[in-house]
Design a protein around this ligand. Sequence first.
Ligand code: GTP
Ligand code: MG
Length: 204
Amino acid sequence: MHGFSQAQFLRAAGRPADLPPPGPPEIAFAGRSNVGKSSAINALAGRRSLARTSKTPGRTQTINFYRLGDAGRLADLPGYGYARVPLAMRAQWAELIGAYLRQRPSLAAVVLIMDARHPLTPLDLQLLGWLERRRVLALLSKADKLSRAEQAAVLKNVRAALPQDTEVRLFSSVTLQGVEECRELLEQWLGQPAENKKPPVKGM
Ligand code: GTP
Ligand code: MG
């Protein structure tokens, strides 16, 4: 078992040097500010306030790691694309997130969260570029804000735009749509870490 229900806070890292030494396989939650990354972690863990969420974009400013027993870890990444964050801070985040996503050897998969109403922004595509051959689950979050027909349309469009081996799902932390299915998929991925074809850089 790789119980999401056992999730426990492990560490916050604000700089590459603060990252915990690589251990069990990790799943990172990435996406624009305010799309619902921290809320998704709470929904998957079945907990209200494991990860801190906020109406104000830019809430998560460090990479926050959670242990799932000894079997895996979750990494809640700071969001990108929030214009009101000072430039210097944005550069620091980009460096931290970029280094982490490109070089972390224990990174088993990335959950790219995009607001179902505004998917595939230029920054999302840049991030997908960093991921290269990593396993990716794209979640279309806040699906509760869309009608059934709109949900079906965005799911189809995003599937058509992304590589075939990218998993795409509708998700809502409010109605819990998609939560059980995502938990099952991620637990399966933690149980069988993919071969990352890109060799990891030493020291990350
Ligand atoms: P940063 O850490 O700032 O990058 O944000 P985040 O991506 O972690 O977003 P967070 O989980 O803090 O949620 C941002 C806001 O969106 C909060 O007000 C949440 O309540 C709301 N929210 C998150 N998920 C959903 C969802 O599925 N549906 C709706 N309607 N609101 C959501
Ligand atoms: Mg957050």
